[in-house]
Design a protein around this ligand. Structure first.
Ligand code: SAH
Ligand code: SF4
Length: 384
């Protein structure tokens, strides 16, 4: 880390937006859910679908958080909405901006839990890396999040809320059709295993993909899993987004050690689920993520085994140089080793981009996420 790097860390002092006094939050409600809630609140059945569309466009196209400004609704109706619902956001605890433009948000959600969300600007896109759980129950040995004990599933509202917070912060609302969206892609690669929270992730992503919701194409959303095999088919059927697999090992022996869920669903079972993935095609390839760990999984023999294993699957391999964290038991592979590995994969006909670490100076890179409270708690426990 470069100590002179112009990192800005604003400890935001924005007063906490009233959480709505326990009122149901519009953000994260499915279309059907909102429609039923509006009917229950007295909206005639025949009007409820239209009201849902109107409200969705205000909140997801314009970023409105105030029912009073929904000018195509009659004033008494707006007042009724304000009495019965809220339009919430997770609270921003800190926002850090890396020297490479990456932004990391530490957000506080109900119960005082904290989660991290990372925005990664690139020339042709802006990707938001979204969390699906507080912590992770899995214990991949190279992942910082996996060392965090505290776990709870996020609600659809908290998952969509991460996108809302980033768009607020970036000024990404109500853009001209020819203006680039700043959050143009979503990857479910933050904290947690999305397929241990499939229902909430599905509801949130259906909002992200709906034209009257956040309106991102399904091909701009990628869900990454460590390999919860029975849930993979549901991603194709119910969410219909792109799939990424945290592969990382080419024998069960190595993968058991790196991604322990492999003991439950091994490489053969995982690859069967990938072969059956309904959407996999040359234009919608499955991404195999492969973290490069020095002398652990980075040999030429590993590269050759990898391409043999995935033969027949429309795939690309995303090589991720290991991102270190305090106390991590691994080292990053040397650049020439990564290059040699990539060359073998490439020669076999697979694209094998090396993921450039982003936001390392603010611990925002892959696998480095872990909330500050958890860190502080650990430090307290470790103190003599
Ligand atoms: N739980 C899901 C999604 C979150 S992890 C999953 O495991 O797929 C997102 C990606 O970052 C995964 O491929 C994960 O294996 C990788 N990763 C975790 N720790 C890392 C580290 N220290 N360095 C590089 N990549 C890491
Ligand atoms: Fe959980 Fe993914 Fe980290 Fe494994 S790599 S511990 S599944 S967040």
């Amino acid at each position: 880390m470069n100590a002179t790097a112009p990192i800005t860390q604003d400890l935001l002092t924005i007063p906490r937006k009233d959480a709505g006094g326990g009122l149901p939050d519009i953000i994260g409600m499915t279309r059907d859910g909102l429609r039923s809630a509006l009917i229950e609140a007295g909206t005639p059945d025949r009007m409820a679908a239209m009201r849902t569309s109107q409200i969705w466009k205000w909140v997801y196209h314009k970023g409105l958080t105030d029912f009073g400004a929904m000018t195509n609704l009659a004033r008494p109706y707006r007042e009724m909405l304000a009495e019965r619902f809220t339009i919430g956001r997770p609270e921003i605890v800190t926002r850090q901006v890396s020297q490479d433009g990456t932004r990391k948000y530490l957000l506080r959600i109900a119960g005082g839990h904290e989660i991290e969300t990372v925005y990664i600007p690139e020339t042709d896109r802006g990707t938001l890396c979204v969390s699906s759980q507080v912590g992770c129950t899995l214990t991949c040995s190279f992942c910082h999040t996996g060392t965090q004990r505290l776990v709870r599933n996020l609600t659809p509202s908290e998952i969509v809320g991460q996108v809302m917070v980033a768009r607020d912060d970036l000024g990404d609302w109500d853009r001209d059709p020819d203006e680039k969206r700043l959050v143009s892609n979503i990857v479910l690669m933050g904290m947690g295993e999305p397929l241990y929270n499939t229902d909430a992730v599905r509801d949130a992503m259906l909002i992200a993909m709906d034209d009257e919701g956040i309106a991102l194409s399904r091909r701009r959303i990628t869900l990454s899993t460590s390999g919860i095999v029975p849930e993979i088919a549901r991603v194709g059927e119910e969410i219909n987004c792109l799939l990424a697999i945290s592969f990382h090992g080419t024998t069960d022996e190595i993968r058991d050690r790196l991604v322990p869920i492999n003991k439950k669903w091994n490489i053969a079972a995982l690859l069967d689920a990938c072969r059956a993935y309904p959407r996999a095609s040359n234009s919608e390839r499955i991404t195999f993520e492969y973290v490069m760990l020095k002398d652990v999984n980075d040999s030429n023999a590993d590269a050759r085994r990898l391409v043999k294993l995935i033969a027949g699957i429309p795939a690309k391999i995303n090589l991720i140089p290991f991102n270190p964290w305090p106390g991590a038991p691994y080292e990053r592979s040397d650049p020439d080793r990564i290059e040699a590995f990539a060359a073998i994969v490439n020669k076999a006909g697979y694209s094998s981009p090396v993921r450039r670490p982003r936001g390392e100076d603010i611990m925002a890179a892959c696998g480095q996420l872990k909330s500050a409270t958890e860190r502080a708690r650990r430090e307290r426990t470790a103190a003599p």
